[in-house]
Design a protein around this ligand. Structure first.
Ligand code: SAM
Length: 284
């Protein structure tokens, strides 16, 4: 029987530990024992593409120097959960609209309105944020003066994000107003994001574990949803503290509801609202 038709061998306990340790060290993602089959399937599929039959041999290839790093960047794309959608958690996205509206109404905008979407996957999240931000500036009849930085560890997801073209199923659930205003339907039935939004977003490859190496630009909004959930509690807390350092006074940090518990930082206070987990940076 040729290898491509053979079922993958089961990962041994030791091999599972080795691979899951690597994933946690390099991406922060902590797999449970129940995810053994997932890990095995993804790793073995990639091995099959390369003609490897032995998990340990492939592991050695992945950890070996520069070529190993290149292989890792392909593999990591298979190991992350990239599920996302436009306005995935609507109350959180709307909290950004409300925040910006208040800032515009109270005339407290200080330079460009800067946003960071962390773990942006294929772009639906930063595009949704851009839509509400654009709406706010249009409503106030002001020039849209904002920028969104969107980062992810998956290069494949970032390619889709930069392309900004989505299948109909991703767009059909949106408000007709949003669809008409921010998308153009292409001849093949797919939908293309409006250039006015695309031009505002800078998509970058970045691992959130390296946050301390990133320039500490001062941001008005840090939006991080459905990412920290994969990390250990101490790591979530560490990253939250690093986020706070990157917020402007008055800026907000919006995380997935319930994704971070037992965390507090003296420089921020929780914006009281049950359905959104957001924190505002105190002045001065
Ligand atoms: C489930 S998606 C969430 C996408 C979007 N934030 C949302 O809520 O719809 C998680 C994303 O986090 C990314 N990710 C996982 N580990 C990461 C890391 N260490 N650094 C940066 N991005 C990471 C994945 O590639 C994936 O695109």
């Amino acid at each position: 029987m040729i290898w491509s038709l053979q079922a993958a061998a089961d990962l041994t306990e030791k091999q599972f530990d080795q691979w899951s340790k690597l994933l946690e060290e390099r991406a922060g993602i902590c797999l449970s024992d129940q995810q053994r089959v997932f890990l095995q399937t993804q790793v073995s599929m990639r091995m099959r593409e390369l003609g490897h039959t032995d998990y340990s041999q492939y592991y050695n290839r992945v950890v070996d120097g520069v070529s190993g790093m290149m292989e890792w960047s392909v593999l990591i794309d298979r190991l992350v959960v990239k599920e996302t959608s436009f306005f995935r958690h609507k109350p959180s996205v709307e909290s950004v609209r409300k925040h910006l509206q208040n800032r515009i109404n109270n005339d407290t905008l200080d330079g460009a309105f800067e946003v960071w979407s962390v773990g942006c996957s294929s772009g639906e999240e930063p595009y949704s944020l851009s839509m509400v931000i654009n709406d706010c500036f249009s409503l106030a009849r002001r020039d849209p003066y904002y920028g969104v930085t969107a980062t992810d560890i998956s290069r494949a997801a970032l390619t889709i994000a930069r392309n900004g073209i989505y299948p109909q199923r991703k767009v059909e659930m949106l408000d007709p107003h949003v669809r008409q205003h921010y998308f153009t339907q292409l001849e093949n039935g797919r939908y293309q994001i409006a250039p006015e939004l695309k031009d505002r977003i800078c998509f970058n490859h970045a691992n959130v574990l390296n946050i301390n190496e990133m320039p500490s630009a001062q941001l008005d909004v840090i939006f991080c949803q459905n990412l920290l959930i994969y990390f250990r509690r101490w790591l979530r807390h560490e990253i939250m503290n690093a986020f706070v350092e990157r917020l402007k006074p008055g800026g907000i940090l919006v995380v997935g509801l319930g994704e971070v518990v037992d965390w507090a930082n003296p420089d921020v206070e929780r914006v009281t609202k049950d359905e959104v987990q957001a924190y505002v940076r105190k002045a001065g």
